[in-house]
Design a protein around this ligand. Structure first.
Ligand code: SF4
Length: 370
């Protein structure tokens, strides 16, 4: 059993590092039936398992590309990924939720800003605006450019209006809120806080908000007041030179000390274990810089998470190559050992729990491979 889980973890790492191809006909069929695609039609979210009757499955988010050995296929019984003409893993998709068919009063598709996430979580974008994208200086790894071209403006009231029906339909175990970086000192935190407050009028489901580090840490308290339960404040890249090149905007200039201050404050406000931060592997960094990132985050009270770079269609760095599966496994094992050295068990937290499981394989490596 343990061996088959370890193989499946490696399958997941490989699929995330290489992406999958899908024929146009199959994609149209999937869109009608399932919770796909994601991020403006560029990514897929599914669960992989070793076979139809396998009890173990892992959530997996990956991108659609032609440059991959993995092909999504189906036969009369199941969907699967094929590699080199052989069946590689079996796929399970969540059914397409009914709320994907809804439009708002101003004619906007609800699924443009509320999406069904991994394991039945719900992910909401409270604003489709990002000051960096508007200035033509989006982050190189940005997953939102194509997605957010579909709509515009703030969606707090629309989220509040739709959420009771979505809570009823989906029954999520957590709700994620994110936003582009607003052109204001709070960087969108006030909108996140307002949205959390309106959602919390109807439910006690944990709300997790993501944002860029702010200079004025007083804004962080408004999140707590709004009812946010946990936060993610993603560093993305650790090395200062690399930060400036992959984030050719104000985000790339924010010093690590500002992030550390935000992580520390949030750990005080929301509790240790309710703050996390992500770095992306495959932007041109060294392995050691990612291990430095993990230590810096833990020193300041945040849990470090690592994701492979995904060359999302339409992003500035769509031509970059994602990191190799072997490198990702090595990095995950290294960060898992850092967790152990700090005496941390990051993945058994009530609020964050399985959050973000689909987007990387650190948790599985921590559990099975290290
Ligand atoms: S801050 Fe960067 S990653 Fe986030 S939406 Fe803006 S450009 Fe994209």
């Amino acid at each position: 059993m343990r061996k088959s889980v370890m193989e499946l973890v490696r399958n997941k790492i490989e699929i995330q590092s290489r992406g999958v191809s899908v024929g146009k006909g199959l994609l149209s069929e999937m869109i009608k039936l399932f919770n796909v695609p994601w991020a403006g039609g560029t990514c897929l979210l599914f669960e992989i398992s070793a076979g139809h009757s396998s009890k173990t499955s892992l959530a997996c988010f990956t991108f659609i590309t032609d440059r991959t050995p993995f092909k999504v296929k189906r036969d009369a019984e199941e969907w699967f990924i094929e590699k080199g003409g052989r069946r590689y893993v079996t796929l399970r998709f969540s059914p397409r939720p009914e709320f994907y068919g809804l439009t708002t009063g101003r004619g906007r598709a609800v699924r443009e800003f509320i999406t069904l996430g991994e394991y039945g979580s719900v992910r909401c974008s409270v604003s489709n605006r990002c000051r960096y994208i508007e200035a033509g200086k989006g982050c190189g790894f940005c997953a939102h450019q194509a997605w957010w071209n579909e709509g515009d403006g703030d969606t707090v009231d629309e989220i509040a209006r739709e959420m009771p029906g979505i809570l009823n339909e989906v029954g999520p175990d957590r709700i994620f809120l994110n936003s582009g970086t607003a052109n204001s000192r709070d960087k969108g935190i006030l909108l996140l806080s307002e949205a959390a407050g309106k959602i919390k009028n109807n439910t006690s489901v944990p709300v997790i908000a993501g944002f860029e580090a702010v200079r004025d840490t007083g804004f962080l308290e408004t999140l707590k007041a709004g009812g946010v339960d946990a936060v993610y404040i993603n560093l993305e890249a650790f090395d200062p030179g690399l930060r400036k090149s992959v984030m050719p905007n104000a985000k790339g200039q924010i010093p690590l000390s500002q992030y550390a201050r935000n992580w520390h404050w949030c750990a005080e406000l929301f509790g240790h274990g309710n703050v996390y931060t992500t770095a992306i592997a495959g932007l041109g960094e060294s392995d050691e810089s990612l291990f430095d990132f993990a230590r810096a985050a833990l020193d300041a009270g945040a849990f470090p998470v690592l994701l492979p770079f995904t060359p999302i269609v339409g992003a500035r760095s769509a031509g970059f190559h994602p990191p190799s599966p072997a490198r990702m496994e090595h990095l995950y094992i290294g960060i898992s050992r850092i967790y152990s050295r700090y005496g941390m068990e990051p993945f058994f937290n009530d609020v964050l729990g399985r959050s973000g499981d689909a987007f990387g394989a650190l948790k599985e490596v921590h559990e099975y491979l290290s």
